[in-house]
Design a protein. Structure first.
Length: 85
């Protein structure tokens, strides 16, 4: 991850240093992982729903959450190695 990307993350998080950014990202990651668990539980509960669009929408939601988790994880890794210098 490039410095400007990490600067963007820091700005979006409203922090000025890598340690604070990492702390905020860890909090957000916890919320994202909790969201994944909740959506998975709903998907299991509605796995036999009569409408395909319900299952499709839940699959889409899980896929998007997965992408967000990957993006936050990449940012965490960037801050962990202090790529901003």
């Amino acid at each position: 991850m490039q410095r400007r990307d990490l600067d963007g993350w820091a700005d979006a998080l409203g922090v000025g240093n890598d340690e604070d950014a990492t702390g905020e990202l860890h909090k957000l990651m916890g919320r994202l992982l909790d969201s994944q668990d909740r959506v998975r539980k709903v998907a299991r509960a509605l796995s036999k729903a009569p409408k395909d669009d319900v299952r499709g929408s839940l699959a889409t939601a899980l896929g998007r959450l997965d992408l967000i988790v990957v993006a936050v994880d990449q940012a965490l890794r960037g801050f962990a190695v202090h790529e901003r210098g």
